[in-house]
Design a protein around this ligand. Structure first.
Ligand code: SIN
Length: 485
């Protein structure tokens, strides 16, 4: 699959060339499951970032002037290469992120689905003709690419979060400079490699890996040539990027942290709710922004629902991603494990009851045992913060109004879930939860055709779906006058 001296690329990809960092620095990428070194990767700084921005700027006009059909063909070829090399991409992703191989492969195909989706949407960037104020005038609206975009992507989905940004940007006619997370830069470089094979012209897509995110992030946000920043990551970093981007008034898309409520009513299909919870809570060992974080269960079914969840959690296999049947891999790094420990310990000190788990796992230093906590209270840290680990925090409620009020009592608003068989309640809940995405009797929200994104401090903008292109397009109003009577 790869054509460098390594079995996979480890240099920066700038203007269609593989390059070392100008100051010669590299940084180590470590397998979180074993602690082994996977590769030393070019450690870019401002100078490399500026050169990538200039490459993207140089390619912008040419790329914007390609036809939608040309862009669609390249994106489709890129998608086909993802599918053809899905096992290689998944192996790389599993090694740098730790998630089980089957999940890593699922992520690669999820990433491919965005390339496919936007290869089709590229052809549907329509304008408008608006009734004019006089007979000799015409009012038109056209939509044009915003220009050079920067993508700053997270370690929890090193493939799919970049794929959905670059697919939308390139479909719209924008060029891009991507900065992948320092824990997981290899998937991004592999994606760039396949992009070049698919025919993405030099400079249209550039990747600057770094262990110095402030330097590279600062160069991206500070540049006048970069017209848009698309970020997926924590609310804290999003806030900082928004402040920095204000200096040059950039368009921004922010997919930030969540604190997802998962509400189980006493009329729900409890087996389906337990299955849905497992899917949402334990994907990527609980390290997703849309993970169920606070599990609200109506008092009358708490015992039965807890038993169903406990039975399922006790069957989870914690192991390295390459072990057959692995469900739960390691957390990404030592800080992540310490955070989960802190939240579980403080919840227990404050009166939560440990049902199962609550400790590190023998599989390795960064593995945490799937855990259930009962009797969690909404004011505990574990219910206020994003856990980002394999921990189910159960909170009891009595009425629908109480559930909605507790669920909305957070500055975040990314994803929410509710299980009920009552149709009226399903609509009320869907409309009253202050979240960008609500799953009713289903917890698998992610889908290239659907708009992914949050409200409140979970961010702004939408990724995927027909709305996802809007984030990469500017609206231009054209007034045509002097047309005669
Ligand atoms: C995320 O956790 O940020 C993304 C999850 C997804 O796209 O499904």
């Amino acid at each position: 699959m790869f054509d460098t001296e390594h079995s996979f690329p480890t240099q920066a990809f700038i203007g269609g060339r593989w390059e070392d960092a100008r100051d010669g620095r590299t940084f180590a990428v470590i397998d979180p499951a074993t602690g082994d070194l996977i590769a030393n990767v070019a450690d870019c700084s401002e100078a490399d970032t500026v050169s990538a921005i200039e490459a993207a700027h140089g390619a912008q006009a040419g790329w914007a002037s390609t036809t939608a059909a040309e862009r669609a063909t390249i994106l489709r070829r890129w998608r086909d290469l993802f599918v053809e090399h899905a096992d290689d991409l998944a192996t790389l992703l599993m090694r740098e992120n730790g998630k089980p191989f089957a999940e890593a492969r699922g992520e690669v195909l999820y990433g491919a689905s965005y390339l496919e989706w936007f290869s089709e949407e590229a052809r549907r960037v329509y304008g408008d003709i608006i009734p004019a104020p006089a007979g000799n005038k015409r009012v038109l609206v056209i939509r044009q690419p915003v220009g050079v975009c920067a993508a700053i992507t997270p370690w929890n989905f090193p493939n799919a979060m970049l794929s959905r940004k670059v697919a939308a940007a390139l479909a719209a006619g924008c060029t891009m400079v991507a900065k992948p997370a320092e824990d997981t830069p290899l998937s991004a470089l592999a994606i760039a490699n396949l992009g070049a094979q698919a025919g993405v012209p030099d400079g249209v897509f550039n990747v600057v890996p770094t262990s110095r995110p402030k330097l590279v992030g600062g160069a991206l946000t500070g540049s006048d040539l970069v017209r848009k920043i698309s970020f997926t990551g924590s609310t804290q970093v999003g806030r900082l990027l928004l402040e920095q981007a204000a200096g040059t008034i950039k368009k921004t898309s922010m997919e930030l942290g969540g604190n997802a409520p998962f509400i189980v009513f006493d009329d729900a299909d409890l087996e389906a709710a337990a299955d849905g919870l497992m899917l949402s809570k334990f994907r990527n060992a609980g390290q997703t922004c849309v993970c169920a974080n606070r599990i609200f269960v109506q008092a009358g079914v708490m015992e039965k629902f807890s038993d169903l969840v406990r039975e399922r959690v006790s069957r989870l296999k914690v192991a390295r991603g390459d072990v057959a049947g692995a469900d739960i891999g390691p957390l990404i790094n030592a800080n992540a494990v310490r955070k989960v420990e802190r939240l579980v310990d403080s919840a227990c000190r404050d009166g939560a009851k440990l049902v199962i788990g609550g400790e590190r796992h023998a599989a390795g230093e960064l593995f945490y045992t799937p855990t259930i906590l009962a009797n969690v209270q909404p004011r505990m840290d574990i219910a206020q913060e994003e856990i980002f680990g394999p921990v189910v925090a159960m909170i009891s409620f009595n009425t629908e109004a109480e559930a909605i009020s507790m669920a909305n009592d957070t500055p975040f608003g990314l994803a929410a879930y509710a299980y009920t068989r009552d149709l009226g309640r399903a609509w009320r809940i869907g409309e009253r939860l202050d979240y960008g995405m609500v799953g009713i009797n289903d917890s698998a929200l992610s889908n290239a055709a659907a708009p992914f994104g949050g409200v409140k401090q979970s961010g702004m903008g939408r990724e995927g779906s027909r709305y996802g292109l809007d984030d990469y397009l500017e609206i231009k109003y054209l007034l045509m006058g002097g047309l005669g009577a």
